[in-house]
Design a protein around this ligand. Structure first.
Ligand code: UDP
Length: 337
């Protein structure tokens, strides 16, 4: 490819994680210079396909300053965060400290070193239980769990800093990210993953005795929750577009990242059974705390303003790539050394 990005150097916090590693791949394929900053609490060095990895924590302000002093970043993609909703209810301070306080450390360091472009990993959880779906970006921010609240707080800080300094940011609100690399090099590697597609596939592989469907009495057509599942490579492309938009001088903005339609938990489970060809046991269980009934993105803004055109709007493709990945890490446990 052409080398116009050779001069753009990007710091990716959380770049060794599931979504981060796909973003690093997308950046690397386009010749960006990449430095990953990750404490490896859940990330894996082997997931970083391009660039350099610095093992560090955002709580370590001395190291963070060293890195910013040594490197001259043009932009930061801030991905590192805890993401498990019910854990955030049990241990809110863990979430406020890592997701909010550590983000403040990073933003403050950006300002000190005049790094004035930031892409932030936000979430549909900022909306809580939306009045209407698909949900637009101007819907009220009423998170119903500390995870979502911690992301709202970072968005607020980014907004306020963008008023007080020449700093610009793009907040991308992810809906339900799933799937894996087309070539099965990277994917969801957490052993304790809680996300529906990963847990279903691991149940198909016999790692769990049954899949729990959390709640069958939601106000949805089949009583199970509806989510907008988006392939991780399409989400990674959104980050590239956001970065290029900031580089061209675009102003701060917030975008939903989803396909604009949803699938119910029951429908996802049915498709997982179809794609894998395995009829695993399902248990109908109580609701899980903190789950809104339906979350579907209105993503017309990012399509229109950034020209985002998803390539993998296909639940079976999402499941198939994740399935290939799950089989690989099962038969080759050293995939991520
Ligand atoms: N879910 C489920 N069983 C599981 C995992 C998830 O029924 O083993 C449901 C969950 O209650 C929610 C939906 O699947 O309604 C998506 O949950 P996930 O954890 O994948 O993502 P979230 O929407 O919480 O970010």
């Amino acid at each position: 490819g052409c080398n116009i990005n050779a001069m753009m150097k990007v710091l990716v916090t959380g770049g060794a994680g599931y979504i981060g590693s796909h973003i690093v791949k997308a950046l690397g394929e386009r010749q960006y210079e990449i430095v990953v900053y990750d404490n490896l609490s859940y990330g894996h060095p082997g997931a970083v396909l391009y660039g350099r990895l610095i093992q560090g924590d955002l709580a370590d302000q001395v190291l963070l300053h060293d890195v910013f002093r040594r490197e001259r970043f043009d932009a930061v993609i801030h991905m590192s965060a805890f993401i498990v909703v019910d854990e955030s209810i049990r241990d809110p301070l863990k979430y406020y400290r890592n997701n909010f306080v550590n983000a403040l450390n990073l933003i403050e360091t950006c300002l000190q070193y005049r790094v004035y472009a930031c892409i932030f990993s936000s979430t549909a959880a900022v909306y809580g239980i939306p009045d209407k779906v698909p949900v637009t970006e101007d819907s009220p921010l009423l998170p119903i769990n500390p995870y979502g609240a911690s992301k709202v707080m970072v968005e607020q800080a980014l907004h306020d800093v963008s008023i007080s300094a020449p700093f610009r940011y793009i907040s991308l609100r992810y809906f339900n990210v799933a799937g894996a690399d087309r070539l099965t090099r990277i994917g969801q590697a957490r052993k304790d993953a809680t996300h529906l597609i990963t847990v279903s596939l691991r149940t198909a592989l016999g790692k769990n005795n049954y899949l729990d469907i959390f709640g069958t009495d939601y106000p949805t057509p089949d009583g199970t929750c509806i989510r907008d599942y988006i392939h991780v490579d399409d989400l990674a492309d959104a980050h590239i577009l956001a970065l290029e938009y900031l580089r061209k001088g675009g102003g701060s903005a917030i975008y939903n990242c989803g396909y604009g339609h949803g699938a119910s938990v029951q429908e996802v489970v049915n498709r997982v059974k179809y794609v894998t060809g395995i009829d695993f046991p399902v248990r109908y269980a109580d609701r899980r705390p903190g789950d809104p009934p339906a979350l579907i993105a209105d993503a017309s803004k990012i399509r229109k303003e950034l020209g985002w055109t998803p390539k993998h709007d296909d639940l079976d493709y999402i499941i198939r790539t994740a399935w290939e990945w799950e089989k690989k890490i099962t038969t080759t446990p050293q995939t991520h050394p």
